[in-house]
Every structure is written in structure tokens, then in C-alpha cells.
Design a protein. Structure first.
Length: 69
């Protein structure tokens, strides 16, 4: 899949006031809705909209240590 990754500065809702999905680029004003997923990767937060999170749930869970589930 060749999708443009949003600029990392846009991924931080404190910097812009908007939250951008790190996968598809969807935007949510006033921070991430409670249905969005937040992931910390390489020391930075990445947010995923509910559609992308649902589509990739197994991969997201696969990264968790077994103590989390």
C-alpha cells in the first residue's frame, strides 16, 4: 500500500488542535474521539481512526506483551 504518511507534527493534537489518523489521514477536531486508538511507536504518539483501528486490530494486539491480555 502506497499511502502518504502524514507529517509527524500533524499527528500531535496538542500542536495543531486536530488529530490526524497516522494511516489514512482522517482528521478529528478537538482531539481524538474516544473510539480512536493511540499507539506509542518509537517514542512518539500515533493516532488511528476507528475504521483503521478496526481493520488492523489483530496487528495492533499482536504487538502487545502477553501481560496486557
Amino acid at each position: 500500500m502506497d499511502q502518504k504518511t502524514p507529517d509527524p507534527a500533524q499527528l500531535d493534537p496538542e500542536a495543531t488542535g486536530n488529530t490526524v489518523c497516522a494511516r489514512c489521514g482522517a482528521t478529528a477536531a478537538d482531539g481524538a474521539p474516544p473510539t480512536w486508538t493511540c499507539s506509542v511507536e518509537n517514542g512518539s504518539r500515533r493516532y488511528f481512526c476507528d475504521d483503521c483501528a478496526r481493520a488492523n486490530l489483530r496487528a495492533i494486539e499482536g504487538r502487545l506483551d502477553s501481560s496486557w491480555w
